[in-house]
Design a protein around this ligand. Sequence first.
Ligand code: GDP
Length: 449
Amino acid sequence: MHEDTIAALATPFGEGAIAVVRVSGPGAVGLGGRVLRAARPVQDWQPRQAVRATVVTADGAGVDDVLATWFPAPASYTGEHVLEISGHGGVLVAQRVLAAVLAAGARPAEPGEFTQRAFLNGKLELTQAEAVMDLIQARSSLALAAAKQQLDGALGRETMDLRASLIEVTAQLEAYIDFPEEDIDPDTGASLTARIRAVLDRVGQLLATADRGRILREGLSTAIIGAPNVGKSSLLNYLCGEDRAIVSERPGTTRDTVETFINLRGVPLRLIDTAGLRESTDDIERLGMERSRAALAAADLVLWVVDGSRPAAEAGAAPGHADHTNRLLVIHKSDLPRHDDWSGSDGVPVSSLRRTGVEQLAERVRQLALGSGAGIGSQLPAINARHQACLGRARSALTAAVEAMEQGIEPEFVAADLRAAMTAIGEVTGRIDADEVLGEIFGRFCIGK
Ligand code: GDP
């Protein structure tokens, strides 16, 4: 438990209906007694029930009429005594409430400090604390669903299960270490190897969700590529629903790349509008084209836009390699009569002018880039870069353990690899406890043998 009491504005800075000042720490009750004037003192309030009160300064001047709620430890977000003061949502009044609370003995909280305390007090695992951030930052329904699932503890439970399996295997190996004259019999050896391999497979599956996690958190990076005047900027504006990029009738005016985050029917896209890919003598435009190529190379998805009313020759060569699996052809200007060259094409017809085609485009993007079944909408966890680093280390250690088992190397070495894997997996949730492993081992194998 921390000794100091922290306070901060829990709602965004600015004008709003209410502003919430949150206070957490052992001094929250005493502090409440000093800044809140109510019918009864804070310690007599019903926990988790809003009480009408007046915030007062040290010299007794009223600051704001508020509703305050008292969450006694440990049944609070941080696990400490927490006081939440909901006042009027003005910039000045909220600041004055916070100032009164700080003057009464609280210290300003650091960013994330409430959630950090929740983690340190065992209210949340690290994966859940991270999910709180993901939940706040989610900009699409799929990202929100993934964050919610992680907050519910799905990833934490999964990694705990994996560790539990490894603890059991290690415990059995330790028995052979204690009695070196006994060789591991082949059946036991094979079954232990199979169990390590099962954990390794599952770690591999979790690692495979890293891309999905990145896409959910950052958006699918999408390059809009096509010859000048096919309507790339207009398409970008249509997809964004507002005039973000400059639209012009003169070829080659979109000289820079514009990056915009959009929510395409639940799929998060990071759109990069790029200058048309064509030969140019204009230096500035050439710079734009170089960026286009770089964007194309790095993109998760390429939308190749062509003018469906014009001959295919004008569209130029398809961008990227022929095997660029994430390339989607957009037959643009579908409000105009279609040119014969595009009659058999399976590209998606879109008209930015008439604002038609976005539904079909969204569906195709979802299928192409995110797959179906085990794809982005599934209930798999979506790991982040930190989880990826931990699980990557676990995979190396587990691979070494499997090899050592197969080569019949002494159990000490296998156990060391398994311990390294357990530590790495434990880091995902932030629960690394050597005593826990030892307790488990000695609890089971309490050498009565
Ligand atoms: P970019 O050079 O590829 O970015 O193309 P722009 O977005 O600047 O558009 C080029 C021209 O095509 C402009 O005159 C637009 O008004 C026109 N345009 C864009 N989208 C459509 C569409 O869906 N239908 C029709 N008929 N014209 C369009």
